[in-house]
Design a protein around this ligand. Structure first.
Ligand code: PLP
Length: 230
């Protein structure tokens, strides 16, 4: 089951990359395993998944001890509260996609590995009130402040596209994220790389790839429908 879905997702990623004249190898797939039990994640790893995304620290704590997750596989993609940061850092995420304040970056820095913790800034590109993330106009300031924090390595930006059937509105969110990324990159802040664009989920990853995504976060497309939370 997972194997077939994974092949299909990879094929669709490849086609979208080709349409955009991009090398498909520039785009990484983070398989989002939230609500899926440990056995399903193991099956996914056996089927060839290399990167696993989770969005709740509590779920990570419950599942990961029962898993044999390879080093460098874990991406954290969910909203992060200060009081959960230490617990998260115990599980050594290779990338935290969802930093949305200087405060949370400072907290992460306290527990960062010697080489620094790679992070992305989450941006609310749709303006939807239910969404986390920085307002687009705050990205530059926050990137500047974060670039001064030792222990934090800012690698790029992340967003969730607008929740709509309107493909062009979704595209607009991704296009904006890319413009913001290019803008911050051009500032040449010390210690800031800004190469990554984490955008695209099951229903919109092709649009995201066309707009320059370097990391797609795909849950149901790889694992099937989400399980009810315990
Ligand atoms: C759940 C989730 C995804 C994956 O969603 P699907 O629609 O299942 O692909 C991606 N990003 C974030 C931040 C998520 O919480």
């Amino acid at each position: 089951m997972i194997r077939g879905r994974l092949e299909e997702v990879r094929e669709r990623m490849r086609q979208a990359a080709e349409r955009a004249g991009r090398d498909p190898r520039e785009i990484r797939l983070v398989a989002v395993s939230k609500t899926q039990p440990a056995e399903v994640i193991e099956a996914g790893l056996a089927a060839g998944l290399t990167l696993i995304g989770e969005n709740r620290v509590q779920e990570v704590e419950e599942k990961f001890p029962r898993l044999n997750l390879p080093e460098g596989a874990f991406h954290f993609i969910g909203h992060l509260q200060s009081n959960k940061v230490k617990k998260l850092m115990d599980h050594c995420p290779v990338l935290i996609h969802s930093v949305d304040s200087v405060k949370i970056a400072r907290k992460i820095a306290q527990y960062a590995p010697p080489e620094g913790q790679p992070v992305l800034l989450e941006v609310n590109t749709s303006g939807e009130e239910s969404k986390f993330g920085l307002a687009p106009e705050r990205v530059e300031t926050v990137a500047q402040e974060i670039s001064g924090i030792e222990g934090i390595r800012l690698m790029g930006l992340m967003t969730i596209g607008a929740l709509t059937e309107d493909r062009e509105r979704i595209r607009g969110c991704f296009h904006l994220l890319r413009e913001l990324r290019d803008h911050v990159r051009a500032l040449g802040l010390p210690g800031v790389r800004m190469d990554e664009l984490s955008m695209g989920m099951t229903h919109d990853f092709q649009i995201a790839i066309e707009e320059g995504s370097t990391i797609v976060r795909i849950g149901t497309g790889v694992f099937g429908p989400r399980r009810p939370r315990q």
